[in-house]
Design a protein around this ligand. Structure first.
Ligand code: 7TS
Length: 415
């Protein structure tokens, strides 16, 4: 991300921090410095309280009962659908399908859409920087259908090579599935251009927005993507609830993903009539409590606003990149032109796992490993990276603590 204008004053960030009770914890006797936000964000009180209120006051199964509690739970569940619709600016409620998370949303598209549409010789395009959840399901369906999986390469900054993409896409391309923001590199991909090119060849487009929705405003109508997926837990919401946006015309043609209750209109042993959208894709009792709490998370983010979030997180990423690069042997993995909230790095002579372990003794939570993006590690010829990823409640002071922790690790490791 670039083009910072208004810095968010530190007293405002301190106020935000107070909304997240977990941040008051000590870890290993030290103030928690939580820099693993790309894995999952912490939850504000309003989200925690919503889950508690749900189970205390209105717990009931939805869509089925005429009794008061069931109606209350159904109303709140469906209000969340409307909230998500507004959040991503989907045209209609039929286009908002609740899933367990990004992974399930991708698997839904792969199996329901891919299972019906892909034929031998058809082509699917993904990119070199995908999370495994946007690689493996496509590999599986390609193997099953005889479709071919192609990969858009990236350069050593972690920018996709759009000219190579233009060479890959052709009339056999049926799907382009690309990540909006890379979890391993922080790259913000030029998805508008990617979508336009795909559509010029009549291919559908799925955007993996898992790392995007907490950092930038998403407008699916403006993007014109066919599918957009994300997880609530990376957006200050609970785990176990995610979202599939699909264009109504595309979802309408897709067969169901799972069969069961709620996704039917009429069942006989001879034949079943499926329910209308979006219920056709929501078989069984859903995750009611966490769906309703996702509403609170979206309210929270929108009350702060993406302008402030963007300004603050960009300042953090710039500050971290600048202040850590003076450390001897420090190497950033991912130096794309447009980045959001992720700093992947190595320190010469220290395995990232040792880094992560020693930082933890200082109360600093980072992530180390392949970040479920092994092909990214292969590209950069590294086994793993350390990753600091930022959220709206992080501060420059915490980055100073990270820097001190890194210097201490080097001392401990004799580097
Ligand atoms: N896509 C991207 C880009 C992701 O970053 C992740 C999770 C997923 C998909 C899968 O999301 P889920 O909620 O269904 O699991 N990324 C990470 C990460 O970077 N560290 O832990 C999980």
């Amino acid at each position: 991300m670039s083009g910072v204008t208004n810095l968010v004053p530190s007293d405002v960030v301190d106020k935000w921090r107070k909304d997240f009770p977990i941040l008051r914890q000590k870890i290993n006797g030290k103030d928690l410095v939580y820099l693993d936000n790309a894995a999952t964000t912490q939850k504000p009180n309003t989200v925690i309280d919503t889950i508690s209120r749900y189970y205390t006051e209105i717990n009931s199964n939805i869509h089925r009962g005429v009794h008061t509690l069931s109606q209350l739970a159904t109303d709140e569940y469906e209000l969340t659908r409307e909230k998500v619709r507004q959040f991503i600016n989907a045209k209609s409620l039929s286009e908002v399908v609740f899933t367990r998370g990004t992974t399930e949303a991708i698997n839904l598209v792969v199996n329901a859409w891919g299972g019906a549409e892909l034929k031998p010789g058809d082509e699917v395009i993904i990119s070199e920087m995908e999370h495994h959840s946007n690689i493996v399901p496509w590999q599986m369906i390609c193997e099953k259908t005889g479709a071919i999986l192609n990969v858009i390469p990236m350069n050593d900054d972690g920018d996709l090579l759009i000219d190579e993409y233009k060479k890959l896409v052709n009339e056999k391309t049926k799907m382009v599935a690309v990540v909006h923001v890379s979890n391993a590199l922080g790259t913000v991909n030029p998805i508008e251009e990617i979508i336009e090119i795909a559509h010029a060849h009549n291919a559908k487009v799925l955007i993996d927005g898992a790392q995007a929705v907490a950092h930038l405003a998403v407008d699916v109508q403006k993007l014109d993507c066919d599918f957009y997926v994300f997880s609530g837990h990376k957006l200050y919401g609970p785990t176990g609830i995610g979202m599939l946006y699909g264009k109504e015309s595309v979802l309408e043609k897709m067969p169901p993903y799972q069969g069961g209750g709620d996704m039917i209109r009429m069942v006989t042993f001879e034949k079943t009539e499926y329910n209308d959208l979006p219920y056709k894709f929501e078989a069984g009792t859903p995750n009611i409590a966490d769906t309703i709490a996702l509403s609170a998370a979206i309210d929270y983010v929108l009350a702060i606003g993406f302008d402030a979030i963007h300004a603050h997180e960009t300042a953090l990423l710039d500050y971290a990149t600048e202040s850590l690069k003076v450390i001897p042997g420090f190497r950033v993995i991912g130096t794309a032109k447009e980045k959001a909230s992720v700093l992947s790095f190595m320190i010469k002579g220290i395995h990232p796992h040792d880094l992560g372990t020693i930082l933890d003794t200082e109360g600093i939570a980072t992530r180390t490993g392949h970040h479920c993006a092994m092909p990214v590690m292969t590209h950069f010829n590294v086994p793993a990276t350390a990753r600091a990823s930022f959220a709206l409640y992080n501060t420059k002071a915490e980055i100073d603590v990270l820097k001190a922790g890194l210097l201490k690790t080097m001392e401990v490791m004799g580097v």
